[in-house]
Ligand binder design. Structure first.
Ligand SMILES: Nc1ncnc2c1ncn2[C@@H]1O[C@H](COP(=O)(O)OP(=O)(O)OP(=O)(O)O)[C@@H](O)[C@H]1O
Length: 324
Protein backbone atom coordinates (compact mmCIF):
# COMPACT_ATOMS: atom_id res chain seq x y z
CA UNK A 1 0.00 0.00 0.00
CA UNK A 2 1.42 3.43 -0.86
CA UNK A 3 2.01 6.03 1.83
CA UNK A 4 -0.76 8.07 0.27
CA UNK A 5 -3.40 5.38 0.35
CA UNK A 6 -2.29 4.28 3.81
CA UNK A 7 -2.62 7.80 5.11
CA UNK A 8 -5.63 9.12 3.31
CA UNK A 9 -9.22 8.66 4.22
CA UNK A 10 -10.85 7.11 7.25
CA UNK A 11 -14.11 7.99 8.94
CA UNK A 12 -13.00 11.39 10.18
CA UNK A 13 -12.02 12.50 6.68
CA UNK A 14 -15.65 12.39 5.60
CA UNK A 15 -16.37 15.43 7.78
CA UNK A 16 -17.93 18.24 5.83
CA UNK A 17 -17.57 20.86 8.57
CA UNK A 18 -15.05 23.71 8.63
CA UNK A 19 -11.46 22.93 7.64
CA UNK A 20 -9.17 21.61 10.35
CA UNK A 21 -6.90 24.63 9.93
CA UNK A 22 -7.35 27.89 8.07
CA UNK A 23 -4.78 30.69 7.87
CA UNK A 24 -5.70 33.89 6.04
CA UNK A 25 -3.07 36.51 5.34
CA UNK A 26 -1.06 35.60 8.41
CA UNK A 27 2.02 37.65 9.28
CA UNK A 28 4.26 37.48 12.31
CA UNK A 29 6.86 40.03 13.27
CA UNK A 30 9.42 39.65 16.04
CA UNK A 31 10.73 43.21 16.25
CA UNK A 32 12.63 43.73 13.02
CA UNK A 33 12.27 40.08 11.97
CA UNK A 34 9.37 39.41 9.60
CA UNK A 35 9.18 35.67 10.29
CA UNK A 36 5.86 34.92 8.53
CA UNK A 37 4.92 36.99 5.49
CA UNK A 38 1.35 36.49 4.45
CA UNK A 39 0.57 32.78 4.67
CA UNK A 40 -2.79 31.53 3.37
CA UNK A 41 -3.40 27.87 4.04
CA UNK A 42 -6.39 25.59 4.35
CA UNK A 43 -6.05 22.04 5.66
CA UNK A 44 -9.18 19.93 5.19
CA UNK A 45 -10.12 17.37 7.79
CA UNK A 46 -8.38 14.02 7.33
CA UNK A 47 -5.39 15.30 5.36
CA UNK A 48 -1.73 14.60 6.16
CA UNK A 49 0.22 17.75 5.45
CA UNK A 50 3.94 18.46 5.73
CA UNK A 51 5.13 22.02 6.15
CA UNK A 52 8.57 21.68 4.61
CA UNK A 53 11.24 24.33 4.61
CA UNK A 54 14.83 25.06 5.53
CA UNK A 55 15.84 26.26 8.99
CA UNK A 56 14.41 29.68 9.76
CA UNK A 57 11.67 29.43 7.10
CA UNK A 58 8.96 30.18 9.68
CA UNK A 59 7.60 26.67 10.31
CA UNK A 60 7.72 26.74 14.11
CA UNK A 61 6.38 30.29 14.21
CA UNK A 62 3.42 29.19 12.10
CA UNK A 63 2.78 26.08 14.18
CA UNK A 64 2.96 28.06 17.42
CA UNK A 65 0.25 30.36 16.08
CA UNK A 66 -1.94 27.42 15.01
CA UNK A 67 -1.55 26.07 18.55
CA UNK A 68 -2.54 29.43 20.01
CA UNK A 69 0.87 29.77 21.69
CA UNK A 70 1.40 33.10 19.97
CA UNK A 71 -0.78 35.54 18.08
CA UNK A 72 -0.41 36.64 14.46
CA UNK A 73 0.75 40.24 14.02
CA UNK A 74 -1.77 40.38 11.17
CA UNK A 75 -4.27 37.98 9.62
CA UNK A 76 -6.50 35.28 11.01
CA UNK A 77 -6.19 31.66 12.11
CA UNK A 78 -9.01 29.28 12.82
CA UNK A 79 -8.99 25.64 13.87
CA UNK A 80 -12.22 23.79 13.10
CA UNK A 81 -13.78 27.20 12.64
CA UNK A 82 -12.77 28.34 16.13
CA UNK A 83 -10.05 30.36 17.77
CA UNK A 84 -7.07 28.00 18.27
CA UNK A 85 -7.32 28.18 22.09
CA UNK A 86 -10.98 27.27 21.93
CA UNK A 87 -10.30 24.21 19.74
CA UNK A 88 -7.54 23.12 22.11
CA UNK A 89 -9.78 23.57 25.15
CA UNK A 90 -12.31 21.27 23.44
CA UNK A 91 -9.62 18.57 23.08
CA UNK A 92 -9.69 18.77 19.28
CA UNK A 93 -5.97 19.37 18.95
CA UNK A 94 -2.84 17.75 20.37
CA UNK A 95 0.78 18.50 19.67
CA UNK A 96 4.01 16.54 19.68
CA UNK A 97 6.88 18.93 20.17
CA UNK A 98 10.59 18.22 19.88
CA UNK A 99 11.60 18.30 23.51
CA UNK A 100 10.51 18.80 27.09
CA UNK A 101 7.56 17.71 29.16
CA UNK A 102 8.67 14.26 30.35
CA UNK A 103 9.76 13.21 33.83
CA UNK A 104 12.77 10.91 33.59
CA UNK A 105 12.09 8.94 36.80
CA UNK A 106 8.58 7.81 35.86
CA UNK A 107 8.06 4.75 33.70
CA UNK A 108 6.43 5.01 30.30
CA UNK A 109 3.13 3.60 31.59
CA UNK A 110 3.20 5.76 34.76
CA UNK A 111 3.69 8.84 32.60
CA UNK A 112 0.71 7.95 30.45
CA UNK A 113 -1.47 7.08 33.48
CA UNK A 114 -0.53 10.37 35.16
CA UNK A 115 -1.37 12.38 32.04
CA UNK A 116 -4.59 10.42 31.49
CA UNK A 117 -5.71 11.33 35.03
CA UNK A 118 -5.63 15.01 34.01
CA UNK A 119 -8.29 14.52 31.32
CA UNK A 120 -12.00 14.21 32.02
CA UNK A 121 -12.29 11.85 29.05
CA UNK A 122 -9.21 9.92 28.09
CA UNK A 123 -8.48 6.99 25.81
CA UNK A 124 -7.30 3.92 27.75
CA UNK A 125 -3.55 4.06 28.48
CA UNK A 126 -2.95 0.55 27.08
CA UNK A 127 -4.57 1.59 23.81
CA UNK A 128 -2.47 4.73 23.26
CA UNK A 129 0.75 2.91 24.16
CA UNK A 130 -0.14 0.27 21.61
CA UNK A 131 -0.96 2.86 18.98
CA UNK A 132 2.42 4.47 19.56
CA UNK A 133 4.10 1.07 19.34
CA UNK A 134 5.53 1.25 22.88
CA UNK A 135 3.27 -1.21 24.72
CA UNK A 136 6.31 -3.45 25.21
CA UNK A 137 8.28 -0.85 27.19
CA UNK A 138 5.60 0.31 29.66
CA UNK A 139 7.82 -0.57 32.64
CA UNK A 140 10.88 1.25 31.32
CA UNK A 141 11.94 4.49 33.03
CA UNK A 142 11.58 7.45 30.65
CA UNK A 143 15.21 8.38 31.33
CA UNK A 144 16.27 5.00 29.92
CA UNK A 145 14.26 5.37 26.70
CA UNK A 146 15.92 6.35 23.44
CA UNK A 147 15.09 9.67 21.81
CA UNK A 148 12.78 7.85 19.40
CA UNK A 149 10.97 6.02 22.20
CA UNK A 150 10.51 9.27 24.10
CA UNK A 151 8.98 10.81 20.98
CA UNK A 152 6.64 7.86 20.63
CA UNK A 153 5.69 8.39 24.28
CA UNK A 154 4.92 12.05 23.50
CA UNK A 155 2.85 10.80 20.59
CA UNK A 156 1.00 8.36 22.91
CA UNK A 157 0.30 11.22 25.34
CA UNK A 158 -0.99 13.33 22.46
CA UNK A 159 -3.46 10.57 21.63
CA UNK A 160 -4.97 10.43 25.14
CA UNK A 161 -7.54 13.08 24.28
CA UNK A 162 -8.24 11.37 20.92
CA UNK A 163 -7.73 14.66 19.05
CA UNK A 164 -9.08 15.33 15.58
CA UNK A 165 -5.90 17.18 14.67
CA UNK A 166 -2.37 16.19 15.55
CA UNK A 167 0.37 18.77 15.10
CA UNK A 168 4.01 17.76 15.13
CA UNK A 169 6.89 20.22 15.03
CA UNK A 170 9.98 18.55 13.59
CA UNK A 171 9.20 15.47 15.66
CA UNK A 172 12.13 13.33 14.53
CA UNK A 173 15.00 15.80 14.69
CA UNK A 174 18.05 14.05 16.09
CA UNK A 175 16.60 10.53 15.79
CA UNK A 176 18.50 7.83 13.98
CA UNK A 177 17.07 6.35 10.78
CA UNK A 178 15.51 3.37 12.56
CA UNK A 179 13.94 5.55 15.26
CA UNK A 180 12.48 7.78 12.58
CA UNK A 181 11.07 4.86 10.66
CA UNK A 182 9.41 3.36 13.78
CA UNK A 183 8.03 6.74 14.80
CA UNK A 184 6.46 7.35 11.40
CA UNK A 185 5.15 3.81 11.18
CA UNK A 186 3.17 4.51 14.37
CA UNK A 187 1.91 7.90 13.13
CA UNK A 188 0.97 6.44 9.78
CA UNK A 189 -0.99 3.56 11.25
CA UNK A 190 -2.88 5.96 13.48
CA UNK A 191 -3.50 8.45 10.67
CA UNK A 192 -5.11 5.69 8.60
CA UNK A 193 -8.09 6.09 10.96
CA UNK A 194 -8.64 9.53 9.47
CA UNK A 195 -6.92 11.83 11.96
CA UNK A 196 -5.72 15.10 10.46
CA UNK A 197 -1.95 15.45 10.76
CA UNK A 198 0.08 18.61 10.20
CA UNK A 199 3.82 18.28 10.66
CA UNK A 200 6.77 20.58 10.18
CA UNK A 201 9.97 19.11 8.87
CA UNK A 202 13.10 19.98 7.03
CA UNK A 203 13.62 16.37 6.01
CA UNK A 204 12.58 16.05 2.38
CA UNK A 205 12.44 12.30 2.72
CA UNK A 206 9.87 12.52 5.52
CA UNK A 207 7.67 14.92 3.64
CA UNK A 208 7.86 12.78 0.52
CA UNK A 209 7.22 9.50 2.31
CA UNK A 210 4.55 10.46 4.81
CA UNK A 211 2.60 13.46 3.60
CA UNK A 212 -0.20 13.53 1.06
CA UNK A 213 0.46 17.20 0.59
CA UNK A 214 3.58 19.31 0.97
CA UNK A 215 3.47 23.01 1.73
CA UNK A 216 6.90 24.37 0.92
CA UNK A 217 7.82 27.50 2.87
CA UNK A 218 10.72 29.83 2.42
CA UNK A 219 11.40 33.12 4.17
CA UNK A 220 7.96 33.06 5.78
CA UNK A 221 6.05 32.51 2.53
CA UNK A 222 4.46 29.50 0.86
CA UNK A 223 6.43 28.93 -2.34
CA UNK A 224 4.73 25.69 -3.42
CA UNK A 225 1.77 23.63 -2.27
CA UNK A 226 0.79 20.24 -3.63
CA UNK A 227 1.63 16.57 -3.71
CA UNK A 228 5.30 15.60 -3.85
CA UNK A 229 4.76 14.77 -7.54
CA UNK A 230 3.26 18.21 -8.20
CA UNK A 231 6.14 19.92 -6.42
CA UNK A 232 8.66 17.90 -8.40
CA UNK A 233 6.80 18.92 -11.55
CA UNK A 234 7.16 22.61 -10.65
CA UNK A 235 10.89 22.22 -11.01
CA UNK A 236 9.86 20.48 -14.15
CA UNK A 237 13.10 20.12 -16.01
CA UNK A 238 15.03 16.95 -16.55
CA UNK A 239 18.68 16.12 -16.26
CA UNK A 240 20.62 14.82 -19.24
CA UNK A 241 23.79 12.99 -18.28
CA UNK A 242 26.43 11.90 -20.79
CA UNK A 243 30.06 10.93 -21.06
CA UNK A 244 31.70 13.65 -23.12
CA UNK A 245 35.43 14.39 -22.91
CA UNK A 246 36.36 18.07 -23.40
CA UNK A 247 32.75 19.26 -23.28
CA UNK A 248 32.14 22.86 -24.31
CA UNK A 249 29.98 24.32 -21.52
CA UNK A 250 29.13 27.48 -23.49
CA UNK A 251 27.75 25.50 -26.42
CA UNK A 252 25.69 23.36 -24.06
CA UNK A 253 24.34 26.44 -22.30
CA UNK A 254 23.29 27.87 -25.66
CA UNK A 255 20.86 24.96 -26.32
CA UNK A 256 17.28 26.25 -25.85
CA UNK A 257 15.80 25.26 -22.48
CA UNK A 258 19.10 24.66 -20.71
CA UNK A 259 19.09 25.93 -17.14
CA UNK A 260 22.38 24.66 -15.78
CA UNK A 261 25.45 22.78 -16.98
CA UNK A 262 27.77 20.83 -14.72
CA UNK A 263 30.98 19.29 -16.01
CA UNK A 264 32.88 16.81 -13.93
CA UNK A 265 35.90 15.22 -15.63
CA UNK A 266 34.37 13.40 -18.62
CA UNK A 267 30.78 13.57 -17.36
CA UNK A 268 28.35 16.35 -18.26
CA UNK A 269 25.07 17.02 -16.48
CA UNK A 270 22.69 19.34 -18.27
CA UNK A 271 19.57 20.55 -16.44
CA UNK A 272 17.00 21.53 -19.03
CA UNK A 273 13.29 22.03 -19.62
CA UNK A 274 13.81 20.46 -23.09
CA UNK A 275 15.81 17.30 -22.52
CA UNK A 276 15.08 16.00 -26.04
CA UNK A 277 16.83 19.00 -27.57
CA UNK A 278 19.87 18.42 -25.37
CA UNK A 279 20.01 14.72 -26.21
CA UNK A 280 19.62 15.47 -29.93
CA UNK A 281 22.41 18.02 -29.79
CA UNK A 282 24.74 15.69 -27.92
CA UNK A 283 24.13 12.73 -30.22
CA UNK A 284 24.23 14.68 -33.49
CA UNK A 285 26.98 17.19 -32.79
CA UNK A 286 29.36 15.67 -30.28
CA UNK A 287 31.01 12.32 -29.57
CA UNK A 288 28.88 11.99 -26.40
CA UNK A 289 28.01 8.46 -25.27
CA UNK A 290 26.00 6.84 -22.45
CA UNK A 291 23.34 9.54 -22.78
CA UNK A 292 20.74 9.23 -19.99
CA UNK A 293 17.71 11.38 -19.22
CA UNK A 294 16.30 11.45 -15.67
CA UNK A 295 13.50 13.42 -14.05
CA UNK A 296 14.50 15.86 -11.35
CA UNK A 297 13.66 14.68 -7.87
CA UNK A 298 12.13 16.41 -4.90
CA UNK A 299 15.57 17.47 -3.76
CA UNK A 300 16.15 19.42 -6.98
CA UNK A 301 12.66 20.94 -6.65
CA UNK A 302 13.43 21.89 -3.06
CA UNK A 303 16.67 23.54 -4.09
CA UNK A 304 15.04 25.31 -7.01
CA UNK A 305 12.07 26.55 -5.01
CA UNK A 306 13.70 27.46 -1.71
CA UNK A 307 17.00 28.58 -3.19
CA UNK A 308 18.89 26.52 -0.63
CA UNK A 309 22.03 24.83 -1.80
CA UNK A 310 22.22 22.45 1.14
CA UNK A 311 19.06 20.41 0.75
CA UNK A 312 18.93 17.25 2.71
CA UNK A 313 18.32 13.65 1.71
CA UNK A 314 16.87 12.66 5.04
CA UNK A 315 19.82 12.02 7.29
CA UNK A 316 21.52 15.38 7.30
CA UNK A 317 20.20 18.75 8.35
CA UNK A 318 19.98 21.61 5.90
CA UNK A 319 22.24 24.52 6.66
CA UNK A 320 20.79 27.26 8.88
CA UNK A 321 19.15 30.04 6.95
CA UNK A 322 18.37 33.42 8.40
CA UNK A 323 15.26 35.08 7.00
CA UNK A 324 16.18 38.38 5.38
N1 LIG B 1 10.88 34.74 19.54
C1 LIG B 1 11.56 35.16 18.48
N2 LIG B 1 12.20 36.36 18.49
C2 LIG B 1 12.87 36.80 17.40
N3 LIG B 1 12.97 36.12 16.24
C3 LIG B 1 12.38 34.93 16.18
C4 LIG B 1 11.64 34.38 17.29
N4 LIG B 1 11.16 33.18 16.93
C5 LIG B 1 11.57 32.97 15.65
N5 LIG B 1 12.30 34.02 15.20
C6 LIG B 1 12.89 34.18 13.87
O1 LIG B 1 11.86 33.96 12.92
C7 LIG B 1 12.36 33.24 11.80
C8 LIG B 1 11.57 31.98 11.61
O2 LIG B 1 11.88 31.09 12.68
P1 LIG B 1 11.16 29.68 12.88
O3 LIG B 1 11.70 29.09 14.14
O4 LIG B 1 9.71 29.83 12.75
O5 LIG B 1 11.73 28.87 11.63
P2 LIG B 1 11.65 27.32 11.34
O6 LIG B 1 11.27 27.19 9.92
O7 LIG B 1 10.82 26.63 12.35
O8 LIG B 1 13.15 26.89 11.52
P3 LIG B 1 13.79 25.58 12.21
O9 LIG B 1 13.68 24.50 11.19
O10 LIG B 1 15.21 26.01 12.43
O11 LIG B 1 13.06 25.30 13.48
C9 LIG B 1 13.83 33.03 12.07
O12 LIG B 1 14.56 34.06 11.44
C10 LIG B 1 13.94 33.14 13.57
O13 LIG B 1 15.23 33.56 13.95
Amino acid sequence: MSAESALAGGPRSKDTGPPAVRLSGVHKHFGQVHAVRGIDLEVPSGQIVAVLGPNGAGKTTTIDMILGLSQPSQGEISVYGMEPQQAIAKGLVSAVMQTGGLLKDLTVAETARYMASLFTHSRPVAEVLERAGIEGIGDRKVGKCSGGEQQRLRFALALLSDPELLILDEPTTGMDVEGRRDFWAAIRQDAAQGRTVLFATHYLEEADAYAERIVLVRHGEVVADGTAAQIKALASGRIVRATLPAADADKLRAIPGVERVEINANTVLVHSSDSDAVARYLLNNTPARDVEITAQGLEEAFIALTGDAGADRGDREVQPKVAS
